[in-house]
Design a protein around this ligand. Structure first.
Ligand code: FES
Length: 104
């Protein structure tokens, strides 16, 4: 099983932390285990509360319905759901990004 370095950044919350996340773990769950508070609601990929923006590397979403919330340009900009997102490489993710989705 691969383990990746996932860097979470949110300047507004003074957050810049790097977590080790297994390829089959969800980033939101691992952050919670480390007592990092990220926004969430459904935890099932059926809202956009947990949205992050991947700016380096990538992650895969398992389940849920992310295409309901992101169009193709938003996907290209890196918007992903962290509650169902697992890393596929080392990656850097801007957290708390739901308010920024419409800017792309
Ligand atoms: S918390 Fe609803 S999609 Fe992640």
């Amino acid at each position: 099983m691969a383990v990746y370095q996932v860097r979470l950044i949110n300047e507004a919350d003074d957050l810049d932390v790097t977590l080790e996340v297994d390829e089959d773990e969800f980033i939101l769950d691992v952050a919670e285990d480390e007592e990092i508070k990220l926004p969430f609601s459904c935890r099932a990929g059926t809202c956009s509360t947990c949205t992050g923006r991947v700016i380096e590397g990538d992650l895969k979403e398992q389940g849920g319905n992310p295409e309901m919330f992101f169009n193709s340009s938003q996907r290209e900009a890196g918007f992903r759901l962290l509650c169902i997102g697992s890393p596929t490489s080392d990656c850097t993710v801007l957290t708390h990004q739901e308010p920024n989705i419409a800017k792309f």
